[in-house]
Ligand binder design. Structure first.
Ligand code: SF4
Length: 362
């Protein structure tokens, strides 16, 4: 048994913790990243590194200080830096004097053998394959439940009569789902949380604008990286749809081609190459949001993220051709919350006025 930790990533910590506990480890849960976490990552990481590397590096330092002996992280493929993160972070942390093991889980469709070896290394109990399948299934159910609840939060939040009530129900639901240790328990907790969410009193006069959020996976999934953009937009009266959830990403990368395949087809007239990261998906999802009648699209990316820089270069053509407003935010440790919120308020105002003008015109 080892004391094990992993990168912070949105609301998924309970699911990752369940998986690692069942594999026989003591879990050091990563704390939700704070400004201090990012400061540590900025201090020790290369200046030119992208934001996810810095947040995760800072989080690893915090977890190692709390006793972690093993770090489990994800690998990556494609023409960007994601595949090197594990190596770079390991070398930085070792140069700081930390003694630990780093296990990198590579994408299964590209590196199945490396992934199996890493999973074998992680299985402290050396259990039978059917027991491992059972553990994986339970983790999957938890991730699905958490994603369903978050989607409902995005729908309810702009409509709630009392600000903050949906968020309170959501947090309670996440805790209840994370506390379950059977598939039946997870499903029951999810249904109860969803029912509670649907009982949140709504403002009947509310008619929220709809905004699609596209971009790089880590800044989409980790609220500390995107300055809680979904919460801010919900409070401003916008219903958001995020183009990436871990359930969708897993189906895409583990099981079969899914929604992202459709996104790549949608991107094809504008960007026909896989350029690494989620650049092509960013373009494709923007096209899809425009076709579905969304009022606007927000692109989120870490500063210096190459695939998203390429996508940003293509998005003005999508905006012009499909008549949809798009705004891009490139985030790093210098991004201030007040300025970020001001730009979001201006974008939401623009979308509301635009919709009113269209209604008057027609
Ligand atoms: S996708 Fe962007 S943020 Fe992620 S590793 Fe590649 S360059 Fe960095």
């Amino acid at each position: 048994m080892a004391k094990i930790t992993f990168p912070p990533m949105g609301h998924y910590s309970p699911a990752f913790a369940t998986l690692l506990r069942e594999l026989g480890h003591e879990v050091i849960l990563p704390n939700p990243p704070t400004k201090e976490t990012l400061s540590l990552g900025t201090l020790y990481g290369p200046e030119f590194a992208c934001l996810p590397l810095k947040i995760c590096l800072g989080s690893y330092v915090e977890s190692l200080e709390r006793g972690a002996e093993v770090i489990v992280t994800s690998g990556g493929v494609g023409p960007c830096r994601a595949g090197l993160y594990g190596t770079v972070q390991r070398e930085i942390l070792k140069s700081l004097g930390y003694r630990f093991e780093m296990i990198v889980l590579e994408p299964p469709r590209r590196h199945p053998l490396e992934l199996l070896k890493a999973l074998h290394r992680l299985d402290a109990f050396r259990r039978a394959p059917w027991q491992l399948v059972n553990t994986a299934f339970k983790t999957w159910e938890m991730i699905k439940a958490l994603d369903r609840l978050e989607r409902e939060l995005h729908r309810i939040r702009p409509r709630e009569a009392e600000k903050g009530s949906a968020e309170a129900v959501y947090k309670r639901g996440c805790r209840a789902i994370g506390a379950q240790d059977t598939v039946a328990g997870i499903r029951k907790a999810a249904e109860e949380a969803l029912a509670d969410m649907r009982r949140v009193p709504l403002d009947p006069s509310c008619d929220p604008i709809k905004i699609g959020i596209v971009g790089e996976i880590y800044v989409l999934l980790e609220p500390a990286a995107n300055l809680k953009i979904e919460k801010t937009l919900g409070e401003l009266g916008a219903e958001v749809d995020r183009s990436i959830f871990l359930t969708g990403w897993t189906r895409e990368n583990v099981v079969r081609e899914g929604d992202n395949q459709t996104a790549r087809e949608a991107a094809y007239p504008y960007l026909c190459e896989m350029i690494g990261g989620h650049g092509q998906d960013t373009v494709g999802h923007t096209v899809m949001y425009a076709r579905q009648g969304y009022d606007g699209v927000i692109q989120l990316a870490p500063f210096t993220c190459i695939p998203e820089i390429v996508a940003k270069g293509v998005l003005p053509s999508v905006s012009r051709d499909l008549d949809i407003p798009i705004i891009s935010f490139f985030l790093d440790e210098q991004t201030g919350e007040a300025g970020f919120r001001t730009r979001l308020e201006a974008f939401v105002d623009l979308l509301v006025r635009r919709r009113e003008q269209r209604r008057l015109a027609g």
